[in-house]
Design a protein around this ligand. Structure first.
Ligand SMILES: *Cc1c(COP(=O)(O)O)cnc(C)c1O
Length: 382
């Protein structure tokens, strides 16, 4: 993956991750400065300098924003990143700062489960919302006259993939901006800005921070004016990350390459171990060579994620399976170092079968995890 020879600190993802966003070393200071807890900053006389009030800026955010920017766009000086209190805060900041009454926006019909609520809110503000599925680049057919295209690839929880460059080119040809939800891939798996997107938006709650203890979101963008509007939105709404969360996120990014490498490799191995199970249908992981998403994923992704999904024959079968697992917690979210799984239908928001299970693979030893899953499948079959 040494495809960035210009990067002065090293060209590998592991090197980049451990050094991301670190300031120039200062004698007798820590390598990663601690969280700065400040509602306001000392500001004598005229208003000048970056830090005045804690809702607008914070030095701990600044370092984290540099770190994320270095991962999302290693070669681009013009990319700016803004961190938010959660993934939804970041998503809302882009949608509600860029769209006006009378505009049209194209959303995925199979995206994150809060998008239908977002849709209702956009429509209440007089914005036309069109939807189409992620698979087959179906959003292409809804682009005419749209102001913004929202892509989620791979989609959560269906794990479908679309051709981001193709969709971005088509959207730009019609004058639309393009945002990609990059949560599932992480910037080590996919760099939407290099594929033509104007915004890469993500929940840092998932694999980016990876310990299941922080809510965070971010927007990286290369259009200065659009990013000014996103920043203004953050100031207006105040959906800001606490300094402690921002610092924990930065500390966690140091191990991102290790976690992603381990978790994604185990996810692929587990998917391989599940493909011969007769009770499983609809097994999906973009890294499986015969997955319908694989050809496109292999072109635009550098790593395929730690999430897989499959369907068991019934709701009760899936519940028995989840109860029988020892190493995998029955919990929502994904990307953490501890494996989780859930019957997605329990939320009621996703168009999935009752026996549909989304599993997030953690950093356990692959043999232990695979044995646990196979044992739980056997137990659930009785
Ligand atoms: C979790 C998730 C979000 C929302 O992130 P929060 O940090 O929970 O607000 C958005 N998009 C996708 C794809 C997600 O998985």
């Amino acid at each position: 993956m040494n495809d960035h020879p210009a990067n002065p600190v090293g060209t590998g993802d592991g090197t980049r991750a451990v050094r991301a966003g670190l300031p120039e070393p200062v004698k007798n200071e820590p390598t990663l400065p601690g969280p700065v807890f400040a509602a306001h900053f000392h500001l004598p006389g005229e208003v000048s300098g970056p830090y005045a009030y804690g809702r607008d800026d914070n030095p701990t955010w600044t370092l984290l924003e540099s770190a994320i920017g270095e991962l999302e766009a290693p070669d681009r000086e013009d990319v700016r990143t803004l961190v938010f209190a959660s993934g939804m805060a970041a998503i809302s900041a882009v949608l509600f700062s860029q769209l006006r009454a009378g505009d049209a926006v194209v959303l995925p019909s199979d995206g994150y489960q809060v998008l239908p609520l977002v849709r209702a809110q956009l429509e209440a503000y007089g914005i036309e919302v069109r939807t189409a599925p992620t698979a087959g680049d179906a959003q292409l057919d809804a682009l005419d006259g749209a102001r913004l295209l929202w892509i989620e690839s791979p989609s959560n929880p269906g794990l479908d993939v679309c051709d981001i460059r193709r969709l971005a080119d088509a959207a730009h040809a019609r004058g639309a901006l393009v945002a990609v939800d990059n949560t599932l891939a992480t910037p080590l798996g996919q760099r939407p800005l290099e594929l033509g997107a104007d915004f890469s938006v993500a929940s840092g709650t998932k694999q980016l921070t990876g310990h299941g203890d922080v809510l965070l979101g971010y927007v990286s963008g290369r259009d200065g004016e659009a990013m000014d509007a996103v920043r203004r939105w953050r100031k207006i709404v105040g959906a800001i990350s606490g300094p402690m969360e921002a610092w924990l996120a930065h500390r966690s990014i140091a191990t991102l390459q290790l976690r992603v490498e381990r978790q994604n490799a185990t996810a692929l191995a587990l998917a391989g171990a599940l493909r011969d199970r007769p009770e499983i249908t609809g097994l999906r992981h973009p890294g499986l060579p015969d997955d319908p998403a694989h050809p496109t994923a292999a072109r635009q992704m550098r790593r395929f994620g730690c999430v897989l999904s499959f369907t068991l024959p019934s709701r009760t079968h899936a519940e028995r399976f989840l109860r029988a697992l020892r190493l995998v917690e029955d919990a929502t979210s994904f990307g953490g170092v501890r494996s989780t799984a859930e019957r997605r239908g329990r939320w009621g928001g996703d168009p999935v079968p009752e026996g549909f299970v989304r599993m997030s693979v953690g950093a356990e030893d692959p043999a232990d995890l695979i044995a646990d899953v196979l044992r739980a499948l056997d137990a659930a079959a009785d």
